[in-house]
Design a protein around this ligand. Structure first.
Ligand SMILES: [Zn+2]
Ligand SMILES: [Zn+2]
Ligand SMILES: [Zn+2]
Ligand SMILES: [Zn+2]
Length: 477
């Protein structure tokens, strides 16, 4: 099977190599790839709906909206009979098993537990030839994934073992191997991907065992996006023949220390990418101090601050002014109190987040991602309240940070231009809308499928804005 897969990848100009200390790597083996080109696409081996906001989604197509529960198990949701029918092959065994679980205990059947149930059900269905197995779609690919069992903390191991016991209790198959399921939970934790819509909102989780071969870089040359539930890897830089293909597993707009910690904790490796290789150099220290560090006392100065040798003050590396740890600690304390308040008083979220923003403006560098995240929350609330004028002001404030933090073709940068352009258009600022939407198109045409509904919608908004500007111009002359 492995040879068949390699043969198939070869046909697409790709190759898999095993490098010592790194494991499997995907290469552009026999050709170059250019920005916007699809490197690889794969349907999930198994997937499950579920996102952080707990909204129900169709088990088959992951849409939200008008859904009905599967009457037998009361766990799965469907948008209609066509999705329910196409999912029945997979859901039949799961439904039967879930229906046997006590009704009040079914709420403990979390998305990750369901993903595991589906993993074992799919393996069985392929063994019994109810569902065909192919080179891209078979359990052997799952077996080849790394599990990192020896690196797991005791606490995590116990949790996975408890979850494996639950899977066993639900399925009640005689030949089940709890140790193997425990290992599979660990595999899912470092190999499964969050499925997102075109605007990068999470919809669910899926396992794509061939995509999982692609290694991480904090400055990746490709991006993973989703076309419905199909994972698509697209080049965002020129990848020359012989180079390794990289995607990013984590948020890349973070200091080197933060990125390396996240990668070590969830994926168990020390990143050796070109960005991490600069760790400790003056460039890297400066970049990290801007992304997560403090601002200069002088509000007109954009210098970054570093701790002095006595560890009592922070010195601006631009103008030499010092800020005392005590003064900054006081603001940080107020910020912490406010953040706690935000989590408990959600009905006053806007005014609380604006207070947090004020404190963070005093504390952090103007291009800090901490400040950026707070402003993103404020934009979301303002847009929900349809306060477009203020939302646009905030959106524009974030653009320069986005441009710094996400170089090149990054979907988040494209999406932020898109949001800005949509609001400008809504407020009748068509010249600005054209500029923002054009920038969005330039980026999102590379990261997303050019003729997808999402990109078509964006392009038609841009055409509309251009037509209106042209009309206005013709009226003036
Ligand atoms: Zn559906
Ligand atoms: Zn059911
Ligand atoms: Zn890295
Ligand atoms: Zn300064």
């Amino acid at each position: 099977m492995q040879q068949d897969l390699e043969h198939l990848l070869e046909g697409q100009g790709l190759g898999v190599s095993i490098l010592p200390g790194k494991g499997r790597c995907l290469f552009a083996a026999s050709r170059d790839f250019y920005p916007g080109e699809v490197i690889m696409r794969q349907d999930p081996y198994v997937y499950v709906p579920g996102n952080s906001d707990g909204e129900s989604r169709c088990d088959r197509c992951l849409c939200s909206g008008k859904l009905s529960k599967c009457s037998a198990c009361q766990v799965a949701w469907y948008c209609g009979s066509s999705c329910q029918k196409s999912d029945w092959n997979m859901h039949r065994l799961e439904c039967k098993a879930l229906a046997m679980v006590d009704k009040d205990k079914r709420k403990f059947v979390t998305p990750s537990l369901r993903l595991m149930l589906k993993l074992y059900i799919r393996r069985r269905l392929q063994q019994d030839k109810v569902i065909p197995a192919t080179v891209w779609d078979n359990h052997r690919l799952v077996e080849a994934l790394v599990a990192h069992m020896s690196e797991l903390e005791e606490k995590q191991l116990v949790l996975y073992a408890q979850m494996a016991n639950l899977v066993n209790l639900i399925l009640q198959w005689p030949d089940i191997d709890i140790r193997e399921i425990t290992e599979s939970f660990s595999k899912l934790s470092c190999n499964a991907h969050t499925i997102c819509d075109s605007e990068l909102r999470p919809l669910g989780t899926g396992l794509y065992p061939v995509i999982a071969i692609i290694n991480h870089s904090c400055a990746p040359n490709s991006v993973l996006v989703f076309d419905e539930r199909t994972a698509v890897v697209r080049a965002v830089q020129h990848i020359s023949k012989g180079s390794e293909v990289f995607i990013s597993y984590i948020e890349t707009a973070a200091s080197t220390a933060t990125r390396r910690k996240a990668l070590k904790e969830q994926y168990f490796f020390d990143c050796l990418c070109i960005r991490c290789a600069k760790m400790g150099t003056p460039d890297d220290i400066k970049e990290s101090a801007i992304l997560e560090g403090y601002r200069c006392q002088d509000s007109r100065c954009f210098g970054f601050l570093l701790r002095d040798s006595e560890n009592e003050e922070f010195m601006c590396q631009e103008c030499g002014q010092a800020r005392s740890k005590e003064e900054m600690g006081k603001i940080a304390g107020e910020e912490k109190d406010m953040l706690e308040e935000a989590s408990t008083r959600s009905n006053h979220a806007l005014s609380i987040f604006k207070k947090i923003e004020n404190l963070q403006e005093e504390l952090y560098h103007p291009f800090s991602v901490i400040l950026l995240r707070t402003r993103e929350k404020i934009i979301k609330i303002l847009m929900d309240q349809e306060d477009w004028t203020e939302a646009l002001g905030y959106c524009r404030l974030t653009i320069s940070t986005y441009e710094r933090a996400y170089p090149g073709f990054h979907p988040l940068l494209g999406l932020q231009y898109y949001t800005c352009g949509k609001i400008e258009w809504l407020l009748g600022e068509s010249d600005d809308a054209i500029k923002s939407l054009s920038k969005a198109v330039d980026i999102l045409r590379v990261t997303h499928r050019a003729n997808s509904a999402f990109v078509n919608d964006l392009v038609s908004r841009l055409d509309e804005a251009r037509a209106e500007a042209y009309y206005k111009l013709s009226q003036c002359t």
